[in-house]
Design a protein around this ligand. Structure first.
Ligand code: ZN
Length: 78
């Protein structure tokens, strides 16, 4: 399913993500969104929990809002 919305940006640079899209992607207040931009476009995606060092998404331990995987954690201990 593809959602297309046309939104006006306000003076503070904000846009509203429609309820349909938020519901579709399970985006809730307080969630972190990653915004990427290149020369022609902006993409917004829900930030995933991943290791801050290697981007692994499994066997994560949370510390102060950041995640580290078991492998990187073991290497740090040495
Ligand atoms: Zn890692």
């Amino acid at each position: 399913m593809i959602f297309t919305n046309f939104k006006e940006i306000d003076k503070a640079g904000r846009i509203v993500i429609s309820k349909d899209i938020r519901r579709h992607l399970n985006i809730n207040p307080g969630d972190i969104l990653q915004i990427n931009a290149d020369e022609h476009s902006i993409t917004i995606q829900k930030a995933e929990e991943k290791c801050v060092f290697c981007n692994a998404t499994e066997q994560l331990t949370e510390f102060k809002g950041k995640y580290i995987c078991a492998g990187c954690l073991a290497r740090l201990k040495h």
